[in-house]
Design a binder for this molecule. Structure first.
Ligand code: CO
Length: 221
């Protein structure tokens, strides 16, 4: 059988199973979503946000890209972020990387890979910032694992540097921003860091908002 047909059959079985447990499973979600979490994860097929956190549809607002990056000129990510923070008013944003990440691994090499070089370049910047620590690690696996962790920490930092997060912090001290790394070898999540409205933001990245700007969302990001 064509493998894609299996997905459609599984969908039918899944609908049946959900309705058996809760007859209003779909109808209660049909009109709106009210997720508490935004997820920024890697596109890697082994790291599905809902499965590894035991959550259901409606609980996590998800954005995924190669190596879970927060790039300040990525309108896709910024749109998802703005909607999550200003409209859905999520309480938590989770950046979740994973050990064994191919994107980070390739960024560590000097291989020319075409267009994807442009994307991986952002991860190479993380290496430059933490070069001393990473160069001190002689074991290659250890170095890659730490690079993956530092990449997550830097993406959390990138979120904090957006006006979207800073304005929301000024307004209501939300959201909390978490950095996690998922271990594909054993399924565990390593809780790396947390940044809140009390956290230090480097002065060069800090925005001063007027009362008006805090009160009313403008169309500017
Ligand atoms: Co990955």
């Amino acid at each position: 059988m064509d493998s894609y047909k299996k997905l459609l059959l599984s969908n039918k079985a899944w609908v049946k199973e959900k309705l058996e447990i809760r007859p209003d499973f779909f109808s209660r979600m049909a009109n709106e979503q009210n997720p508490e979490f935004m997820w920024i994860g890697c596109s890697d097929s082994r790291v599905p946000a809902e499965d590894i956190t035991g959550t259901e549809p409606g609980e996590i607002f998800v954005h995924r890209n190669i190596a879970n990056l927060v790039v300040h000129t990525d309108f896709n990510l910024l749109s998802v972020l703005q909607f999550a923070v200003e409209v859905l008013e999520v309480k938590h944003i989770i950046v979740c990387g994973h050990y064994g990440c191919g994107g980070v691994k390739h960024a560590l090499s000097s291989k020319h890979l075409g267009l994807i070089n442009k994307w991986l370049r952002h991860i190479k910047d993380v290496y430059r910032i933490h070069e001393r620590e990473l160069d001190s690690l002689k074991n290659e696996e250890e170095k890659l694992n730490r690079f993956i962790e530092l990449n997550v920490i830097e993406q959390v930092q990138n979120l904090v540097e957006t006006s979207i997060v800073q304005r929301s912090w000024a307004r209501k001290k939300m959201p909390f921003i978490h950095g996690w790394v998922y271990d594909i070898k054993n399924g565990n999540i390593n809780d790396l860091c947390l940044m809140t409205s009390e956290s230090h933001v480097d002065k060069i990245y800090k925005f001063d908002f007027t009362d008006e700007q805090i009160k009313h969302y403008s169309e500017e990001v």
